[in-house]
Design a protein. Structure first.
Length: 84
């Protein structure tokens, strides 16, 4: 069984890291930038999922829920500890 860590991040913090505020469609980010790699480098952990915090149409104070796995992010790769 895999366990994940949860990080709650504001939309403004996401914008500072990636250069764009998050845009969602059907609960998924649709931004046209490399936000995934930017977040992994910032958090220094492999990202599993990024979703709005809250239900569709009623996001919890404009925040994101980011799930990360145990592991590390290097310049050329992402390493996840455990069985995937």
């Amino acid at each position: 069984m895999m366990t994940y860590n949860a990080t709650v991040m504001s939309n403004n913090e996401f914008a500072e890291i990636t250069g764009q505020h998050p845009k969602f469609k059907d609960g998924f980010i649709t931004n046209n930038c490399d936000w995934w790699e930017s977040l992994e480098k910032y958090l220094k952990k492999p990202i599993v999922s990024v979703r709005p915090a809250g239900r569709e149409g009623y996001y919890w104070n404009n925040k994101l829920l980011i799930l990360t796995a145990d592991g590390k992010v290097t310049q050329n790769s992402v390493i996840i500890n455990g069985n995937v």
